[in-house]
Design a protein around this ligand. Structure first.
Ligand code: PEP
Ligand code: MN
Length: 332
């Protein structure tokens, strides 16, 4: 249950009410909000006199639900705004991993030349093998910060585990929680306490309910800037790396109020399919796309097969723009 307390109730009183009712307490747009388990179906009698409005839910998808907030939540990333009624499709680009200063500068230049301003690049890579390139770590974060200073781009980079969550939070503009880290309670709880957008990727074996509940950990801790990212789930199919769950996207758009960004690069795993999939996503009115692109994909230290060349990325932007514009969206 979500309960909006009356404006006569102050912070301290709200905190006490939360404690006695085993509820979370957040302040949202100046309102004291209590959130209990969805198993609570009737407003406790002692809360009746102090409650302005309340919502009852079938399951623990509560703060994220459209039943609670009917329009898509707005999230700002630097000068870019998605959600609300903006009809903006945010195109994020950059390499899988930050590999060197020259490489990441080349990606930053590519974005500037296309009037785009959100740069991705992993520094702490959640690799499937311990023998693969693990990322540049802090050195990579410093290179991304340098690109922010030089180009004015917003930086999105992923946190792999709780050992470096503080570093990533400090040096990024959007914290990416990867598919493998999505269940990490330490990361989710740390991201709940920050005032920065969080891009939460869906685990490849994660149900939609579990995915949205992971977002609830961040929302109920007080950070309302959560963006969901579908990046492919594991099915019986082996010809493609994963299967992009567009049915799941339709579900998230229908039942949640969180902006949804799509990652076709990791879903298919091969460059040839990234642009066609990106167009399909754009046709669904998604809030953004996150695309891997590398100055020379053949020598990329991670995810080489799926990264677009810079020319390929430019072509993707043109193609996606046609589809987005056809449904009244702008690529930003
Ligand atoms: C990535 O974005 O490079 C990445 C590792 O993605 P995912 O967590 O979706 O596998
Ligand atoms: Mn990658």
């Amino acid at each position: 249950m979500i309960i909006h307390l009356k404006s006569t109730i102050n912070q301290e009183q709200a905190a006490n009410l939360a404690a006695t009712n085993k509820a979370f307490h957040i302040t949202s747009e100046g309102v004291n909000v209590l959130i209990t388990s969805s198993s609570l179906k009737e407003l406790p009698s002692e809360l009746v006199p102090v409650t302005d409005e309340y919502w009852v839910f079938e399951n623990d998808m509560q703060l994220a639900s459209r039943k609670y907030k009917s329009s898509t939540r707005k999230v700002s990333i630097g000068k870019n705004v998605i959600g609300g009624n903006t009809n903006n499709l945010l195109l994020i680009g950059g390499p899988c991993s930050v590999e060197s200063e020259d490489q990441i500068r080349s990606s930053a230049e590519l974005l500037s030349s296309l009037n785009l301003s959100v740069l991705r690049g992993g520094c702490y890579k959640p690799r499937t093998s311990p023998y693969s390139f693990q990322g540049l770590g802090f050195e990579g974060l410093m290179l991304l910060s340098k690109m922010r200073d030089e180009f004015g781009h917003s930086i999105i980079t992923e946190v792999r585990d709780a050992t470096h969550v503080a570093e990533v939070i400090e040096h990024s503009d959007v914290v990416q929680i990867g598919a493998k880290a999505m269940y990490d309670q330490g990361i989710l709880r740390a991201c709940a306490k920050i005032n920065k957008p969080v891009l939460l990727k869906r685990g490849f074996g994660t149900t939609l309910q579990e995915f949205v509940q992971a977002a609830e950990f961040i929302l109920s801790g007080g950070n309302e800037q959560v963006i969901l990212c579908e990046r492919g789930i594991r099915t019986f199919e082996t010809k493609t790396r994963f299967t992009l769950d567009l049915c799941g996207v339709a579900y998230l758009q229908e039942y949640t109020s969180l902006p949804v960004i799509l990652d076709p690069s990791h879903a298919i795993g091969f460059a040839y399919g990234v642009t066609p999939l990106a167009k399909a996503c754009a046709a669904m009115g998604v809030d953004g796309l996150i695309i891997e692109t590398h100055p020379n994909p053949k020598v990329a230290k991670s995810d080489a097969s799926q990264q677009l060349t810079h020319d390929g990325f430019k072509a993707l932007k043109l193609e996606v723009e046609k589809v987005a514009n056809a449904i009244g969206y702008n690529v930003i």
